[in-house]
Design a protein around this ligand. Structure first.
Ligand code: TXA
Ligand code: MG
Length: 344
């Protein structure tokens, strides 16, 4: 398949709009930027489109997709029993990086929800995503645009690597602003439950709802995961990720010692500036300043992908404090390391 690449600023051109519309109508796929990560989208009302997405990603079909809508009022067309909390949260955080889970109605095919009676919905904030949704009469179901199991795509080069030749259209919107996937909040439970932490934090949600909510994302090893996505190893680079928990000084010592002991191994280091500056002789990627978690989030998946590109065998990363965006960052790092945390 030939993939057509369009630039974000070209989307007003008539022939491009026509191409996008006809592609979605016939069940084709479009890779597009959002404020969190790139998505790979198709018609959310078509089981065929959903099947194409699962095929392109190599994703297990019981892992449901997020439905992206253009405006709040569209929601009622696809969900039942909208929770009392929904309006408050939508007013506070939509458009933006918050995905809400509702009971679905018959318009949403089971192929989109992985067989579940519930559906995940979000209204993205990114200008390109909004322009795209506004061109179409249907919502887009779109998971993160990465081959299943790989880190999500936060740069256009990432989606080119994963999907060139496998989708009809790709829109180049530069690098993703946030760089971490949306917060997923289940509103079908008696108490709203976070299934995946993201840029909209527990604290932010609690301050809008004026009540404590449940953080379900930490119970990742329970037998029956609440979110089907939880049981899959995610965000994983090919190399073994060593997640180090300790002071900056101890982290630097540990890595330098490991480098000496593992002569002949391909070693990579990911960390804040201070850490990477003190490591010599191996491949390193800086995530930015220690106290700028937005920058760390923005750079994280790209750093993991760089390690893959170089076939690094052992990847050393350190933990972050779990305040604010730190919780989402640590959630992704824990998954990348398959929950191996080395306490220093
Ligand atoms: O930021 C994002 O959310 C990006 C952009 C493209 O919008 N999308 C994204 O999609 O991260 P995906 O498919 O990679 O992750 C969706 C997560 C999965 O963990 C999935 O299991 C969960 O949401 N999910 C979707 N529908 C669900 C449902 N009905 N019940 C529980 N979890 C659901
Ligand atoms: Mg994903």
């Amino acid at each position: 398949m030939e993939t057509k690449v369009y630039q974000a600023h070209e989307l007003h051109e008539k022939h491009i709009i026509a191409h996008i519309k006809s592609t979605i109508q016939k069940g084709g796929l479009i890779v597009f930027p959002t404020e969190t990560v790139y998505g790979i989208g198709g018609n959310a009302l078509s089981s065929q489109s959903a099947k194409h997405i699962f095929e392109a990603k190599g994703r297990p079909q019981d892992n449901p997709l997020i439905v992206h809508i253009k405006e709040k009022k569209v929601l009622d067309q696809y969900v039942k029993h909208k929770s009392v909390y929904a309006e408050l949260l939508m007013d506070a955080f939509w458009p933006g990086p918050l995905t809400l889970i509702f009971d679905k109605n018959e318009k949403i095919p089971y192929e989109v929800t992985g067989g579940l009676e519930t559906v995940a919905v979000r209204m993205p904030k990114h200008e390109v995503a909004q322009t795209l949704l506004n061109m179409l009469d249907v919502p887009l179901c779109a998971p993160s645009a990465n081959i299943s199991g790989k880190p999500s795509s936060t740069r256009f080069s990432h989606v080119l690597q994963d999907f060139n030749g496998k989708v009809d259209i790709m829109i180049d919107g530069g690098s993703s602003d946030i760089g971490l996937e949306s917060t997923v909040l289940d509103l079908t439970q008696p108490i709203p439950t976070i299934l995946r932490p993201g840029a909209i934090t527990k604290k932010m949600i609690e301050s809008v709802l004026k009540m404590p909510i449940i953080d379900g994302a930490i119970h990742l090893t329970t037998e029956k995961p609440k979110s089907p996505g939880m049981k899959y190893k995610h965000y994983a680079p090919k190399g073994r990720v060593h997640l180090l928990d300790g002071s900056i000084k101890d982290v630097i010592c540990y890595i330098n010692q490991a480098i000496t002991e593992k002569k002949g191994h391909k070693i990579g280091v990911i960390g804040v500036k201070e850490v990477v500056a003190s490591i010599l002789g191996v491949y390193k990627v800086s995530l930015g300043e220690q106290d700028n978690l937005n920058e760390v989030g923005h750079n994280l998946f790209d750093a993991l992908r760089q390690m893959d590109d170089l076939d690094i065998e052992d990847i050393y990363i350190h933990t972050f404090n779990q305040d604010d965006l730190g919780e989402a960052i640590m959630n992704r790092l824990s998954k990348a390391s398959n929950y191996r945390v080395i306490k220093l």
